[in-house]
Design a protein around this ligand. Structure first.
Ligand SMILES: Cc1ncc(COP(=O)(O)O)c(C=O)c1O
Length: 303
């Protein structure tokens, strides 16, 4: 069960979460014509009257771009201002996750994006660990990641998550924690809601933007942190067989942060994971504002 933050943003105003409800005839519910974001925040461990949001600007920008695919003009500044207000109204007391989203809000049928109202809403939940930081097992999914030719992969579009859901459930029902999806070229793309990294011989390798990945904001953070540590990062096609013999594999995402993979199919990965650990520790320190080098990634909000 989730603990929802008490106040939601819905139909242009802040209301109690329980009152932010929609009709069963809502267009987006039927056609997947929505887009969403997801960002994490924590109370500042040094100052409980301050909330720290991680990379608010990038998350707002990505949702604004996703909204464009829905023919909805929602400036990143509007998203950012609404989220700041949302945090002030909710005054969270523990680690939380904010879910801002846009959707075709008219009632009725016919898939389209023109001549239809859209809406912007925000809610939040308290959220600790999404996946075990001790490591997860992964199945190579029988479901493929979508291609940009049939789906706007630069957006975080609701409809795409049928594939993630199929893959995650397939993995869970066969005894794994998570799924790794290949793309239509048979190369590694990403997990059900996370980007993927492989470590081999002291180098980090990750599928590039030309491998049908979501442009993950945690991925971007990991790449920057690794490069600043002097660890080479190579963005290129990754084969399935490379995963199986890797020194380390880890997943990155807002909800999951950085999570090591301990097993892929019937291949067990080494338990010693110096690079994954180093990056995870750094990322956690940054989100908790304990690292002056990356202070521009952390948005303090006085509540
Ligand atoms: C399909 C997919 N890939 C990757 C990611 C990781 O993106 P981010 O680091 O921006 O959360 C997510 C999570 O939002 C996702 O849903």
């Amino acid at each position: 069960m989730y603990n929802f933050l008490p106040i939601a943003y819905f139909q242009d105003k802040f209301v109690p979460f329980a009152e932010a409800t929609i009709s069963i005839a809502t267009h987006a519910l039927h056609y997947g014509t929505g887009a969403f974001g997801g960002m994490r925040g924590i109370p500042n461990p040094e100052n409980p009257s301050q909330i720290l949001l991680f990379r608010l600007d990038r998350h707002s920008q990505r949702l604004s771009q996703s909204a464009k695919f829905l023919h909805y003009n929602l400036p990143a500044t509007k998203i950012q201002e609404t989220i700041i207000e949302f945090v002030k109204k909710n005054r969270p007391t523990s680690s939380f996750y904010i879910r801002p989203f846009v959707y075709t809000s008219d009632l009725g049928i016919a898939p389209r994006l023109h001549n239809i109202d859209k809406n912007f809403a925000v809610y939040g939940i308290e959220l600790g660990d999404y996946l075990s930081p001790a490591g997860v097992s992964c199945r190579i999914s029988s479901w493929q990641r979508q291609e940009d030719a049939s789906f706007p992969l630069r957006g975080k579009i609701c409809g795409a998550y049928i594939t993630s859901s199929l893959a995650k459930t397939e993995a869970a029902e066969s005894g794994f924690d998570e799924a790794i999806l290949m793309n239509s070229q048979g190369k590694v793309s990403e997990a059900s809601g996370m980007n993927i990294f492989v470590v081999r011989n002291g180098q980090i390798i990750t599928p590039g933007f030309d491998h049908d990945i979501l442009e993950g904001i945690t991925r971007d953070s990991v790449v920057t942190i690794a490069k600043n540590f002097g660890i080479p990062v190579i963005e290129r096609a990754v084969d399935k067989s490379e995963l199986l013999i890797a020194d380390e594999v880890f997943l990155s995402g807002t909800a999951a942060k950085v999570v090591p993979v301990n097993r892929i199919e019937n291949y067990y990965l080494p338990e010693n994971r110096p690079i994954s650990e180093k990056i995870r520790e750094k990322l956690v320190a940054i989100t908790e504002n304990r690292d002056s080098e990356y202070q521009d990634w952390v948005f303090p909000i006085d509540i």
